[in-house]
Design a protein around this ligand. Structure first.
Ligand SMILES: [Zn+2]
Length: 142
């Protein structure tokens, strides 16, 4: 049996499993959620993505903590991830101009490996044009 045929046969079973436990039919949003989740799970199980990447896909960031972008006074001193504002210190990425209040927030956006690489570039030569991620301080704006 071809892989495609085998997958189709299995899919019918999977679809039954998804529909069975609910009294009401799944709506379009439910189906979208399931498909995204299924894709992430399959990619994780088959080693196409790391656990770290999986976690990020499953928990998308509500940028600036969900704040209305129109109401942000200063993009330099607001955490791109959690929305904590008037930061006096934090990580900053030159060029894209994003700031992060903490390593924890930064690691929602980049991987530990990327972080290590960027820190190494900075350590080796702070004047390296690729050294665009660094910890910095800002003057209090309020
Ligand atoms: Zn933050």
């Amino acid at each position: 049996m071809s892989k495609q045929l085998e997958l189709n046969k299995l899919l019918v079973k999977v679809l039954d499993i998804y529909c069975e436990p609910f009294d009401e039919p799944l709506n379009g949003d439910d189906v979208d959620d399931i498909v995204v989740h299924l894709k992430n799970q399959l990619n994780l199980l088959n080693g196409n993505i790391t656990q770290d990447e999986f976690d990020k896909l499953e928990n998308p960031i509500n940028y600036f903590g969900g704040k209305d972008v129109e109401e942000i006074e200063d993009f330099e001193t607001i955490c791109y991830v959690c929305g904590k504002d008037h930061l006096t210190e934090g990580y900053h990425i030159d060029g894209i101009g994003e700031s992060y209040c903490s390593k924890e927030c930064l690691l929602r956006e980049i991987t530990q490996e990327e972080f290590d690489n960027w820190m190494k570039i900075l350590e080796d030569n702070p004047d390296d044009p690729r050294a665009i991620l660094y910890w910095t301080e800002w003057e209090a704006t309020k």
